[in-house]
Design a protein around this ligand. Sequence first.
Ligand SMILES: Nc1ncnc2c1ncn2[C@@H]1O[C@H](COP(=O)(O)OP(=O)(O)O)[C@@H](O)[C@H]1O
Ligand SMILES: [Mg+2]
Length: 597
Amino acid sequence: MPPGRRQNPETAWSGDWKVVKSLVPYLLEFPARVFFAMAFLILAKVANVILPIILKGIVDGLSGETAQLISLPLALLIAYGLLRFSTTFLGELRDVIFSRVAERGMRRIGLKVFSHLHALDLDFHLSRKTGGLSRDIERGTSGIAFLLRFMLFNIIPTLLELVMICAILLFNYSIWYVVITLAAVVSYIGFSVVVTEWRLRFVREANQMDNNSNTRAIDSLLNFETVKYFGNEKYESELYDDQLSEWEQARLKNRYSLFALNSGQAIIVAVSMTTMMILAASQVVDGEMTIGDLVLINAYMIQLFIPLNFLGFVYREIKNSMANIEQMFRLIDTDPKVSDIEDAAELESDGGAIRFENVSFGYKEDRTILKDISFEIPAGDKVAIVGPSGSGKSTIARLLFRFYDATQGSIYINDQAIQEVTQESLRKSIGVVPQDTVLFNDSIRYNIGYGDTQASEEQIAAAAKLANLEQFIEQLPEGYDTVVGERGLKLSGGEKQRIAIARTLLKNPVIMVFDEATSSLDSTAEKEILGALHQAAENHTTLAITHRLSTIIDSDEILVLKQGEIVERGTHRELLVLQGLYAELWENQQEEVDVEG
Ligand SMILES: Nc1ncnc2c1ncn2[C@@H]1O[C@H](COP(=O)(O)OP(=O)(O)O)[C@@H](O)[C@H]1O
Ligand SMILES: [Mg+2]
C-alpha cells in the first residue's frame, strides 16, 4: 500500500463506492430474502418507536392526579412486554433470513479470488508472500460479509428511526427537542467520520504489520530444515519477535486512537442528553409536560443514541472492511501478464512440431537471458538442450509452456503461434517433468492421478510401473495411500522425480519436456527409467534438458547453450567431431565414468 494514497477524499469515496457497487450482485442473488429481511427490520424499528409511547401511558396512568392505584394499566403493560419481545425476535428473524445471502456472498468471493490467483502469471507467484496473501484474503472475505450485513441493517434503519422519532417529537412537543436531537446527531456523525478517517491509517498499518509477521512465520516454518541445519531457531524467533513487536506497536496506536474516538462520542452524547433532560424537567416543573412525557423523551434519546453509538462502531468497521476489501480487490484487479488474445484458437493437438524463431527473452528488462534462439523439432523427434547451469535451459521450457511471453521472436507449435492459441489447449498438449518436483500433501495415488484426474486405478498403476515406481510402492506399508508430506518432503528426490514422471506419462501429451528429469536418480535407476521414457517418447515430440550427456546421445539434434546463446548444434557424432564445448563436456563426463567404474 503506497502511503498517502488515501489523502484525496475523492478517490477514497469513489473507491468505497466501487466496493459498495460490487456487493449488489450478491444481494440480487436472493431478492426475496433481502426483501423479507428488510420488512422484518422495518417492523422491528416501528415496534421500537412505539415502545416509549406505551411507557409514557403506563407512567402517566400510575402518576396522574386522579391516580387510582387499584387499576393497573394491565393492557398497556402486556403490550409493552409484547413489543419488547417483538423488537428482539424480529431482529433475529431478519438475521436468520439474511445469513444465506451473506454466506453465499463469502463463498462466491472466496472462489473468485482463488480462481484469479490461479490465472495470474508465474512471476506473481514467484514473488508472492504466502503468509501475507492468505491474511489479505481472509480479511477481505469477512469484510464482504460484514458489509453485506451492516450496510442494510444499520445505516438505513437508524436513519429511519431518526426520522420517526423526530416526527413524534415535532408533533407532540417543543421544536427544541428536534433541534437538539438533530444537532446531536449531526455533530456525532461528523465527529465520527472525521476521526475515523484519521484513524484509518493506523488500521492499515496494523494490517500491514500483521501481514509481515505472518509472512515471516510461514516462510520460517517452510524452511524448517534449513533452520535446523544452521541451528538458527533463536535467530528466527528474534526476527519473528521483531515483526511481532512492530505489530504490537501498530495495534496499540490503533487502540489509542479508538479511545479518542469513543471518548469524543461519549461527550457528545452526554452533553446533548443533559440538555434535553434539563429542558424536559423544566417543562414538567412548569406543568407543560407530564412525568410520562419526560420518560418518553428520555427513552427516545437512549434509544436513538444506542444505535447511533453503534453506527459509530459500524462506520468504523465498514471503513475497516472497505480497506480490507479494497486490498483484496487490488489482487483481483491485478492483470495476468500472460493472457489469451481475443478469439484465441484451440491448438491443433496432433503432431506437435515445435519451432523457435529468433526468440529473445529476459525476466527483467535490464538482463537478457535468451538471445536470438532459433531451432526446430519436427513432430515425433527428440531434441536435447545441454549447457552449463544458468545458461537458460529451463527458461526455454518455460517459454514453450508460456509461463512467460518472449520479448522478441515467436514460438510455433504445428505452425500455430503459441500466443494465438488458448493457454488451456497449449498446456494440455505439453507435459513437463520439472527440475524440482513439488508434490501435494496427499497420497501417492492422488499425486500420480493428478496427471489425469479421470484416470482409473489401473491406468495409475500402469503409469507408476512405467516410471519404475512399482517396487517402491509395493514395499510401503500403506502402498498407494502413503501421504507424501508437505511439498513431498517425505520422499527422496529420486522418488519425487519418478512420481513426476509417472503423472506426466499419465497425462500423455503430444509434447514431452524433461527438465533434468532424472538428475536425482543414480545411474542404475536412471538407465531403467530412460528405457521407459524412451518407449514413452516414441509417439511424442520430446525436448530433453540435461547435464548428463550419456542420456541424450540418441537425440535427433543436440543444442549446446551458453549464456543464452546456441553456440553449437548437431548430432552427438557431429558435435564430437567439432571438438568444441560439447566435446569438452563429453570428455569430462567420460573421465568421471571411468573413475566411478
Ligand atoms: N523468475 C526469474 N526472475 C529473474 N531471473 C530468473 C528467473 N528465473 C531464472 N532466472 C535467471 O535466468 C537465468 C537462466 O535460468 P535457467 O533457465 O533456470 O537456467 P538453467 O540453464 O540452469 O536451467 C539464471 O541466471 C537465473 O538466475
Ligand atoms: Mg534449469
